[in-house]
Design a protein around this ligand. Structure first.
Ligand SMILES: [Zn+2]
Length: 86
């Protein structure tokens, strides 16, 4: 199934221009337990609905960005660049 994603730098492109980076998964605190690391590395929510994801415009500008996509319909609700690291 093909659909359109909007790169925050380049604009709308076919999804085949992009690489999927998985659902956004917050990093654990600075000194995590083995259990917290295991959850971070191996557990995903895999929702049937809107989820926040990482995407890379690999056939374009190469930027990594966030998308909010409905996994049931592939409707993309928004795309945005991450905040610069502090
Ligand atoms: Zn781009």
């Amino acid at each position: 199934m093909s659909y359109v994603l909007t790169c925050p730098n380049c604009g709308p492109r076919e999804v085949t221009d992009f690489g999927f980076g998985g659902e956004v998964n917050p990093r654990p605190r600075s000194d995590p337990s083995e259990r917290e690391l295991g959850v971070y590395n191996y557990f995903r929510r895999n929702v049937a609905g809107v989820q926040r994801e990482w995407w890379c415009h690999r056939s374009g500008c190469g930027a990594w960005f966030y998308a909010e996509r409905d996994t049931r319909t592939n409707e993309v609700l928004l795309t945005e660049l991450p905040e610069p690291a502090a």
